[in-house]
Each structure stands twice: as structure tokens, then as C-alpha cells.
Design a protein around this ligand. Structure first.
Ligand code: UD1
Length: 430
């Protein structure tokens, strides 16, 4: 098994090109199932979640051709509505988008319940509520397969979501794009990837308005065609590199980003005393390593609030800040598993339900730690880069689900990091 070996304690300097957004890609790829003709998807991040989604599409009969590392052409003309392969589906939270896409195209879907990071109970009741409003009968079999069925295709409806859900909003958009009639989603999520999915579907001939607000209107069209579409930059990847530079110290610029998407993150970095410089398509963070960060409080919320997917990374900053900070998780019940690992590195933190309290320490210390999920893995990399000495991080497969070329990008800004087999890591520490 692979580990990262990180020698921290030095400032980081340089720039990091940001890849396409994971969570946009994972909605757009299933969306291709709805299109007649070939879709060329550009700026597709090369990460394992995307590889798994492409594997699922391929197993269903989609023809996939890589034009270069980040551009694929997909033709879904021969996609068959077969039960999806459980072994791959269970690795991905986003496999639930296959239900919406298959329902939209065939009026019928059978997909295993999704996997993904374990943050406690992650229901899909709002997705199901949406599909049922669109006229589907939905059941979950004993084997954990979601079956959604209509007699004669989906029919537009008004749907009010009980909770603001990214997944349910995007899934209903997929199912409704070719429905008979108009669908209105109220209390919709507003994340940038929702706008990106709407833009992709509209480029293919859909008629979706209001994405980015909490009311989305989808007028069903008869057919969607192929297109060329470039995925937006990844807000969370960009936020991670900015936060990482603030933790280690130095000056790092993330390039190819949409600064507006990063505002909730850069505002918090400024509040902590890091200097932020915004350009048209890049953002720079600057913090001298010897200048302590200020304490703050953070609560995660749906967009445009502070993203839950940046919560573990900011925890590292709070662990190092001067004073007591309070972190409140507003989305998930159980997203603090990584705090135990941070404690092993000297963080002074207590967790009570959805609240974590950090008494900032001057320095974190190196330790062997284990990634508990994707963003927790990123946080531990940050902590290791901030600590003086050598740390190892296990279970890095989680990190590779969502960060393209992470080792290369880290090295380009001066980080001392390598990926090696576990037995070599033990020797490196010895
Ligand atoms: C997506 C992202 C994930 C991010 C999250 C919140 C993908 C593949 N994953 O996850 O990285 O952390 O948005 O920004 O894009 N809920 C229900 N019923 C439902 C659906 C959700 O109660 O049917 C609850 C969830 O338990 C959670 C909250 O709503 O408490 C938000 O979940 P949601 O926005 O749906 O997150 P995901 O789509 O799973």
C-alpha cells in the first residue's frame, strides 16, 4: 500500500494550476447518457473518482476516447440500461447521478446505493422524493439496489426540497431535462457545480434557467445533442492549496480559478491574518511562517456559505492559530474523524457532536497518520507540511480520489513529499 512521506517545516513558494471540478465532472459525465451524439468534455480532472465513473459508463456501453489527459469524447448511443456494476458504484457517492440520468433517458433505472466518504448517515430521500414527483415508482431492494420506474417516461413537476441538497438538485435536473412538461425545484442548492451541470445540459439543448439561485426551472426538451464543454475549475482544490500555503507559510498562487467561487474561503483566510491578492483568474495567498494566524470561528453551510469540503483543511489552521477557535459542522453529523489524527500531531482539539474547539498551538509535530477520507487526507498533508520533521500518511488512495497530480503540484511549490510503498516509509522514519 502506498504512503506519502512528507518532510515539513519549510515555506512554500510558486503557483499551482487548478484542475477541473470533481463534483461538476461527476454530474456531467452521467449527464452524457442523455445525449444523442458525441460529447467532448474538456478540463476533466484525472482523478480516481472520474476514472471510476468512466469505467461505469464504459461497462454500460458508452464509447470513450481520451484525446489528451484532460479531454474525453463520449458517445452514449449504445448505452444499455443494465444494472450498474456494484463493485465500482459503491466506491462513489456520485453514482447516484446514474439514477437520474437513466431515468431521464429510459424511464427506468437500477443502480446500487452509492458509496463515498463516511460522514455518518447520508440519506438519498430527497432524490427519491424528486423522482417520485416526476412520476417514478422508487423502491430499494434487499440487495441495496435503487429501482426507479415509470410506465411512460418522466413528467415535469414542482418539487420543494426539505433540505438543501447538491446531489438531489443535480439528480432531479438530470431526470427532468427531457421530461414532458416543466419541472421547478425550490430550495435548490446553489453550488458552482450546479450551474456547471445546467450550462452543460443547456449546451446540449436543454432549457434550464435559475441554476445558481434557489429556484431552478427545467422545461423538458425532446432530445439532447452532443456538444463540447469545458468543466469549471475546482473550488475545493484551489481552496486546499491556498489553505495549505497559509499553514506552511510562504506565498502561493492558484491559477485558472474563478475567484468569486473562492470568496467564502479567502474571506476566512484574510480574517486569520493571511494576505490575499485576487487577480482575474488567479488568487495569491501570502503568510510569513513566523507570523502567527489569528483565531476565528467557522460554520459550514451550503453555498455561498463556507463549504463543508474545506472544513478539515481549515481545522489545521485553527489548530495553529493564536487563541481558541470554534468550528461548527452545519452539513454532516460525523465529519471529525480526522481530529484524532491531528491530535497525534500535537493539535489541542475537542469534539462534541458537530462542534470542534481548537486551542491553537505554536507548532504541530510530525507523526505517522492515516487519511480517514478525501478532505481529511488533504488536511493531514497540510499538517505534515506545517510540522517540522518527517510525517507519513497512510490510506492516500482517498486523497487520489479528488486531487489531480497532487505530488507533482506540491513539489512544484517546494514541498518535500514523496509517495512510496509502506515498508520503505517505515525505513524512512526509522
Ligand atoms: C455533495 C458533494 C460533497 C459535499 C456535499 C455538500 C458530490 C459528489 N459530493 O455531496 O463533496 O460535501 O455535496 O456540499 O458532489 N441530505 C438528506 N437527504 C438527501 C440528500 C441529502 O437529508 O436526499 C442531507 C445530507 O445528509 C447532508 C445534506 O443534506 O446532511 C447535504 O447533502 P448533499 O448536499 O446532498 O451532499 P452530497 O450530494 O451527498
Amino acid at each position: 500500500m502506498e504512503q506519502y512521506v512528507i518532510r515539513g517545516g519549510r515555506e512554500l513558494y510558486g503557483s499551482v494550476p487548478i484542475s477541473g471540478a470533481k463534483n461538476a465532472a461527476l454530474g456531467i459525465l452521467p449527464g452524457v447518457i442523455l445525449c444523442r451524439g458525441t460529447c467532448r468534455i474538456e478540463n476533466l480532472p484525472q482523478i480516481s473518482d472520474v476514472a471510476n465513473m468512466l469505467e461505469i459508463l464504459s461497462s454500460m456501453g458508452a464509447q470513450i476516447r481520451y484525446l489528451n489527459k484532460n479531454t474525453v469524447e463520449i458517445n452514449s448511443a449504445h448505452v444499455k440500461n443494465l444494472p450498474t456494476p456494484y463493485e465500482v458504484v459503491r466506491k462513489l457517492r456520485a453514482s447516484y447521478y446514474l439514477i437520474g440520468a437513466l431515468l431521464g433517458r429510459f424511464g427506468h433505472a437500477e443502480v446500487a446505493l452509492p458509496g463515498g466518504c463516511d460522514f455518518g448517515f447520508r440519506p438519498i430521500d430527497q432524490h427519491i422524493k424528486g423522482f417520485e414527483a416526476l412520476g417514478a415508482t422508487v423502491s430499494i431492494t434487499d440487495g441495496g439496489i435503487v429501482e426507479a420506474h415509470t410506465e411512460d417516461g418522466v413528467v415535469g413537476a414542482e418539487i420543494f426540497l426539505d433540505v438543501v441538497s447538491v446531489g438531489a438538485t443535480m439528480n432531479i435536473m438530470l431526470a427532468a431535462a427531457m421530461a414532458r412538461g416543466t419541472t421547478v425545484i425550490e430550495n435548490a442548492a446553489r453550488e458552482p457545480h450546479i450551474v456547471d451541470l445546467a450550462n452543460f445540459l443547456n449546451t446540449c439543448g436543454a432549457d434550464i434557467t435559475g441554476a445558481g439561485t434557489d429556484v431552478i426551472k427545467i422545461r423538458g426538451v425532446e432530445e439532447l445533442h452532443g456538444c463540447t464543454y469545458s468543466i469549471i475549475p475546482d473550488q475545493i482544490e484551489a481552496g486546499t492549496y491556498l489553505t495549505l500555503a497559509a499553514a506552511a507559510g510562504g506565498e502561493v498562487t492558484v491559477t485558472g480559478v474563478i475567484p468569486k467561487h473562492l470568496e467564502s474561503i479567502t474571506a476566512k483566510l484574510s480574517e486569520m491574518g493571511a494576505e490575499i491578492i485576487e487577480h482575474d483568474e488567479s488568487v495569491t495567498v501570502r503568510r510569513p511562517r513566523d507570523r502567527r494566524l489569528r483565531r476565528i470561528n467557522i460554520k459550514t453551510q451550503p453555498y455561498p456559505g463556507f463549504p463543508t469540503d474545506m472544513q478539515p483543511q481549515f481545522a489545521v489552521l485553527l489548530a495553529l492559530a493564536d487563541g481558541t477557535s470554534i468550528l461548527t459542522e452545519g452539513i454532516y453529523d460525523n465529519r471529525y474523524k480526522y481530529v484524532n489524527e491531528l491530535r497525534r500531531m500535537g493539535a489541542n482539539a475537542t469534539v462534541d457532536g458537530r462542534i470542534a474547539v481548537f486551542e491553537g498551538v505554536e507548532r504541530l509535530s510530525p507523526a505517522p497518520v492515516r487519511a480517514t477520507d478525501l478532505r481529511a487526507g488533504a488536511a493531514l498533508i497540510m499538517a505534515a507540511l506545517a510540522a517540522d520533521g518527517t510525517s507519513t500518511i497512510d490510506e492516500v488512495r482517498y486523497v487520489e480520489r479528488g486531487y489531480e497530480d497532487i505530488i507533482k503540484k506540491l513539489r512544484a511549490i517546494g514541498a518535500d513529499v514523496k509517495c512510496i510503498e509502506q515498508y520503505e516509509a517505515t525505513k524512512a522514519l526509522g
